[in-house]
Design a protein. Structure first.
Length: 256
């Protein structure tokens, strides 16, 4: 039986915690990427998100981003590599300490927003991310865009990696994500997102913005927690995969 992890970026929106949106998402996913208090979140949101994830038996990961709360970490910055490494280290360490206090471990790290997208093509930036995580620990999975050089950099740094594709984002023909400056960058329709996820899981492809097929060999599929209607998207994706015979299960868990 095929297996697929479903991950979601979480702990970014206090209102999503308060209104139950985040808990609704956790019913469908298997891995949570928790904002580390820099691009979004704080100590309270980190702790609450971890506690909620534990209730739903969802694996915990760190989601470090650029120190730019005003732009939600989605604006490209030109920081020195040493500054990026320092920031990533402090972020994953902060989340790991809270996770330990909750009786669990951080088992994967996935960069956020512009930090992620720039590292897809920028080897120096990907190396800085790896160095920052390595200062904390190496026994952790680094998540990156399927088919991108960033995964090679992470492997060369001695990390296990997980290649990722997105159910709720459109792609360019070169396999990169379509910029959010385009109105069609997000897939908001749950059925369309589920269809894309199924194509990823069963055939290893996504359909690019020009209609061409792009190969994506992945271990995990992302659904963004701040996409409008995210809980319905996640539920539809999970249900569609299971009905097609794909086991939805976490790839990385503490102690495994």
């Amino acid at each position: 039986m095929k297996e697929m992890d479903l991950n979601c970026d979480m702990g970014e929106l206090p209102e999503a915690i308060a209104d139950g949106t985040q808990e609704a998402l956790l019913r469908s996913i298997t891995s949570a990427n928790v904002a580390c208090g820099v691009h979004a979140g704080d100590e309270k949101t980190m702790r609450v998100t971890i506690e909620q994830a534990l209730r739903w038996k969802v694996a915990i990961g760190a989601h470090p981003g650029y120190p730019d709360r005003a732009n939600f970490g989605r604006l490209e910055l030109k920081l020195p590599a040493t500054a990026v490494a320092d920031s990533v280290h402090e972020q994953v360490k902060a989340l790991a300490e809270i996770a330990a206090a909750c009786g669990t471990k951080v088992v994967h790290v996935k960069p956020h927003g512009a930090l992620y997208n720039q590292a897809v093509r920028n080897r120096e930036l990907a190396e800085a991310i790896a160095k920052g995580v390595a200062r904390w620990k190496r026994d952790v999975v680094l998540v990156g865009l399927a088919g991108s050089p960033m995964l090679d950099v992470f492997r060369e740094a001695g990390f296990a990696v997980a290649a990722e594709a997105f159910a709720d984002r459109r792609y360019e023909p070169d396999g990169t994500l379509r910029s959010r400056k385009f109105q069609d960058a997000l897939i908001r329709n749950p059925e369309e997102a589920a269809w894309q996820a199924l194509g990823i899981a069963e055939r290893g492809v996504v359909i690019a913005s020009d209609g061409s097929e792009v190969a994506v060999d992945v271990q995990t599929i992302c659904i963004h927690g701040d996409t409008p209607g995210a809980p319905e998207i996640a539920a539809t994706v999970a249900r569609t995969l299971r009905e097609a015979g794909v086991a939805v299960t976490a790839l990385f868990r503490a102690g495994e």
